[in-house]
Every structure is written in C-alpha cells, then in structure tokens.
Design a protein around this ligand. Structure first.
Ligand code: TYM
Length: 321
C-alpha cells in the first residue's frame, strides 16, 4: 500500500494540520510505503516572498521530523524537487473540464477572502491530483477540507484511464478520520491560517496560554450550568484528553459552579503536555539543519526515482516520446 500526503509550507503548523494530516501520517508510516511532501508549489498560490517561502520550507521540514515522521520509514521530500509533477499536471489539465474546477469550494472561498483569482489558484486541484497520481498513491490521509480535491483527483485519474488505458494511473482513496476531520479554531469556525483562528503546535508558554484563554465561549455566569453541545473548549479537549477526563469536563459544565477559565486552563495543560516531545525534538533539529537538509535531499532522490517510473508510463500511454 502506498500512502501519500502533503502540507503547504505557508506558515506555522497548527493543530488542525496536526490532527487532520500529520498524526495519521505518523501512524501510517508503519503500515505501508509512505511518501510525505512539502507542497511548496502550492504555497506559491498564497505567498509571493522568496525568503519567507524558503524559511517556511525549512520550518515545516523540522516540524515533519519533530512530529515523528521517520526518514527511515517514509520518503520525505519537497514537491518542487520533482518537477515531473508540473508535467503530469499539464497532462491532467487536458482531460479536466472547467466545470469541475469551477465547483471547487476552496477556490471560491479563497476568492471570497480576497486572494487574486489567478490561474494557479484555479488550477490548484489539478496540481494536487498530479502530486498524488505521480506516486501511484493508494491512500491519502487528509482533513475534510481536502475531500473535494480528492474527488477531483479520482475523476481525473478515471478520465485518463478511460481515454488512454486502464492501467495508466492508480485511482486513490482519501482517508479522513471522522473525529478529527474538522478541528475548530479559537472562534469555532474550521481552524485555518486564512481565518486567523489557529492554535500552533509550539510556541512560548505564556503566549499559547493567552491564545487558549481567547477561545470563544458564551457568557453563562460562573454559577450556572453550561451548554455542552457545540462547546468549542470540549471539542478541543477531546483531542488531548482521555474519555474519563472529557466526561468529567462535561459533568462539570452541567453542574455549574465552574467558570470557562477553569475549563480553558485544563485544556491548556493537556494541549501543552501533548506537544512536549515535539518542542524538545524541534529544538534539537533547529541546531542540526544539515541533517534536515540531508533528509530532504535523500527524499528528493527516492521520490524522483518513483516519479520517473510513473511519468514514463503516462508519457507512453498518451503518445508523447
Ligand atoms: P494544508 O497545508 O492547507 O493543510 C494540510 C493538512 O491539514 C489539514 N487541515 C485540517 N484538518 C482538520 N481540521 C482542520 N481545521 C484543518 N486544517 C487543515 C488539511 O486537510 C490537510 O490535510 N491542498 C493541501 C496540500 C496538498 C496535498 C497534496 C495534500 C497539496 N498536494 C496532495 C494531500 C495530497 C492543503 O491544503 O494543505
């Protein structure tokens, strides 16, 4: 089984990225042949500063390793180190109806948020399909916001296979974990860099605590029972605490007598502990950038070898060289 996923180096990794993609990626690296990459071509759709992009790539590579991705088990690489992906993206474009892209929510959302409606933003899902199809991936662990992009990927693979031969491309499946499909942000909407509502994995203790204290709640007085459905604090606490602890928090909500600050402090403690090992590993890696760069260089070699097999097969099937 080939597993593949990618994350954009477009800012600091947040707990939505972690539970939606990173944690499943770490778990799956023991279950098959894993390919994990930093989607720097994709990040160019939302940023235009070369130095920042380079720094973000470095930082995300550190995050990959600090979170537990293991270069002995998984191939870890930078998307742009394998430029065949842009060639496959072109080939896929030739079978991609405009309507398929026009229907994509993420494109419509980004335009609504004021990003320029340029071609790269529109064609984003085609490049993403190429990322997946170039490595014959079977399973793609992602958050729910990527579900539609996976559907586009499957559609394009099927269209290529119908037109050029059944064995040209492998049709992949999305893997979306129900309990972490949409991690909420501090305002209760989906956690997203573009909503400015993210909780990062690591940072200074004081600043992180302040952020957790900002999580939006209602204004039920301390002594009154508090609603537990749609509670943002409980939804986030579930990511870090065991069932008994969550149950206790629910009961304390229902009983009344506890303020939201009390629950947020519990959430903060559980969250801060959860990423203790990531913080420690991160510090180590920040002092060993040669190692991080070596991992990316080796990953690029392995990824190129796999991609070359697939792009050669596709070129032959469609009538190129
Ligand atoms: P990116 O960097 O925006 O997000 C990386 C991963 O984090 C997941 N995610 C979430 N999951 C749950 N709750 C949230 N609030 C949340 N926010 C983000 C995303 O679903 C994603 O899995 N297009 C991809 C990058 C990409 C890719 C690919 C992924 C490019 N090519 C090929 C898989 C396969 C993206 O937007 O990443």
């Amino acid at each position: 089984m080939r597993i593949l996923t990618g994350l954009q180096p477009s800012g600091t990794l947040h707990i939505g990225n972690y539970f939606g993609a990173m944690e499943p990626a770490v778990q799956l690296q023991d279950k098959g042949d894993a390919f994990y990459f930093l989607a720097d071509y994709h990040a160019m759709t939302s940023m235009s500063d070369a130095t920042t992009l380079r720094e973000n790539v470095q930082n995300l590579a550190i995050d990959f390793l600090a979170c537990g991705l293991d270069p002995e088990k998984a191939t870890i690489f930078r998307q742009s180190d394998v430029s065949a992906v842009t060639e496959l993206s072109w080939i896929l474009s030739t079978v991609c109806p405009m309507g398929l892209l026009e229907r994509c929510h993420s494109y419509k959302d980004k335009i609504a948020k004021g990003l320029d409606a340029n071609h790269a933003l529109f064609a984003y899902p085609v490049l993403m399909a190429a990322d997946i199809l170039l490595y014959d991936a079977n399973v793609v662990p992602v958050g729910k916001d990527q579900k539609q992009h996976l559907e586009v990927t499957r559609d394009l693979a099927i269209k290529i296979n119908d037109r050029f031969g059944e064995d040209t491309l492998v049709v992949p499946e999305a893997m979306i974990k129900e309990n972490t499909a949409i991690v909420p942000g501090i305002d209760g909407q989906k956690m997203s860099k573009s909503y400015g509502n993210t909780i990062p994995l690591v940072g200074g203790k004081k600043a992180l605590r302040k952020l957790i204290m900002k999580i939006v709640t209602d204004s039920t007085p301390v002594e009154d029972p508090k609603p537990t459905d749609n509670s943002n604090v409980i939804a986030l606490y579930k990511l870090f605490a065991d069932e008994a602890a969550v149950q206790q928090m629910i009961e304390e909500h229902q009983a009344g007598g506890f303020g939201y600050g009390h629950f947020k402090q519990q959430l903060f403690d559980a969250y801060y502990d959860h990423f203790e090992h990531v913080r420690t590993k991160r510090e180590e890696l920040e002092n060993n950038l040669d190692y991080v760069n070596e991992v990316l260089a080796k990953g690029a070699e392995k990824a190129t070898a796999e991609a070359t097999k697939v792009i050669d097969r596709v070129r032959k099937a469609v009538g190129l060289r």
